[in-house]
Design a protein around this ligand. Structure first.
Ligand code: G6P
Length: 372
């Protein structure tokens, strides 16, 4: 097993470091020489895809958060209403689904029973079902109309990392492909976005190479009992996933919130010394979102929070209110979640390691849950 870990303390650590390759391999071979998306492997009649008027992404756990992250871009690029729902909630609430609904299931293992039941139900209701999956030939892709595989390679650690970023990348491919098929505003932009996406593995590598301080903070915080995570827009699902990682492997009470929701409740939790990670939106985000989150940081800092801010390089506006600034390379708004999740994965992994916990096999959890 030590050999399989390739000299790393845990599979999780190894898998975090494998993300540049996981994303690059997921993008590989899915464009033609002009940079146009080619997803013939899905074998779906293009007319069926053109007729789609609603997308529902169903998943559990980390895969659910990757769906939430991708929703922003898919809806923006395709102009198709997109919902993301926990598979076990979708299945039993009498959802409005018909033959113009595309149900995208997201699953690393392809064996999660809750997700499988949701897919079967969607099929019964006449939906077109596509499985985004990391395991070739698993049950969910076999039961779906089409499969779009993530090529992250086998993921051993229970807490999912490289499958998460690869799932977002695959969803982006699907979103851009739909935009391209259907024409419209973002059809011409699809190739430009693909070029940005192609640069992400290199940016992830840069982030991974600059994690010393994050590891130091994690070790220093190993007896922390509660950590909050705030994010807005595409940063919101990243805050949720960052909190999930900490719960799963470090057994620390952690909660993610939408930054805009702060004043509607969570701010009551802030007391002196409370650590709060803030996942910043890109500086060129629409609607002044960046400035809005800066003012959230100000509010919680004034109440004594210890602010750990993940933001783009060159973001000077956050510095006066940040106890720690964790920088990632500058990219476009929709690409940022693929970078800002990395420090949160590293943080959870290092903290759990520092606590002496079994990072790869956390208590009470299974890699693949094959019962409802
Ligand atoms: C289990 C795992 C999680 C995972 C979830 C979904 O609960 O512990 O890490 O995110 O299942 O798994 P899937 O294989 O469907 O992505």
């Amino acid at each position: 097993e030590a050999a399989e870990k390739g000299g790393h303390a845990s599979f999780m650590e190894k898998e975090i470091l494998e993300q540049p390759k996981a994303i690059a391999d997921t993008l590989l071979g899915r464009t033609d020489e002009d940079g146009k998306l080619v997803l013939d492997e899905m074998n779906i009649d293009p007319d069926r895809l053109r007729a789609i008027d609603k997308i529902i992404i169903v998943a559990c756990g980390t895969a659910f958060y990757s769906g939430l992250s991708a929703k922003y871009a898919i809806e923006h690029w395709t102009r198709i209403q997109t919902e993301v729902e926990l598979a076990h909630e979708f299945r039993y609430r009498d959802p409005v689904v018909d033959d113009r609904t595309l149900v995208v299931s997201m699953s690393q293992s392809g064996e999660t029973m809750d997700t499988l039941m949701a897919v079967k139900h969607a099929k019964e209701l006449g939906a077109l079902t596509v499985s985004i999956c990391n395991t070739y030939g698993a049950t969910i892709p076999r039961e779906s109309d089409a499969a779009l595989y993530t090529h992250a390679g086998p993921e051993i650690a229970v807490a999912s990392t490289k499958a998460f970023t690869a799932q977002i990348a695959a969803c982006y491919l699907l979103g851009l492909y739909l935009a391209q098929l259907r024409g419209g505003t973002y059809a011409e932009d699809a190739q430009a976005v693909m070029r940005e996406l192609a640069e992400i593995p290199q940016h992830v590598d840069t982030v991974l190479g600059s994690m010393d301080r994050v590891r130091e903070i994690a070790r220093f915080m190993s007896d922390t009992r509660s950590v909050l995570f705030l994010g807005r827009h595409v940063g919101y699902p990243i805050a949720l996933e960052g909190a999930l990682k900490l719960k799963e492997i470090a057994y620390i009470h952690a909660e993610g919130f939408a930054a805009g929701e702060l004043k509607h409740g969570p701010i009551a939790l802030i007391e002196p010394g409370q650590p709060v990670f803030i996942v910043m939106p890109a500086q060129d985000s629409p609607y002044d979102l960046h400035a809005k989150v800066v003012s959230n940081i100000q509010e919680i800092r004034a109440r004594g929070a210890r602010t750990l801010v993940i933001t783009e390089r060159g973001d000077e506006a956050v510095r006066p209110f940040a106890d720690e600034v964790i920088e990632v390379p500058r990219t476009s708004v929709m690409m940022m979640p693929l970078l800002s999740i990395i420090p949160l994965q590293v943080f959870a992994c290092e903290l759990a390691t520092a606590k002496g916990l079994d990072v790869d096999q956390p208590r009470n959890l299974a890699k693949s849950v094959t019962v409802e």
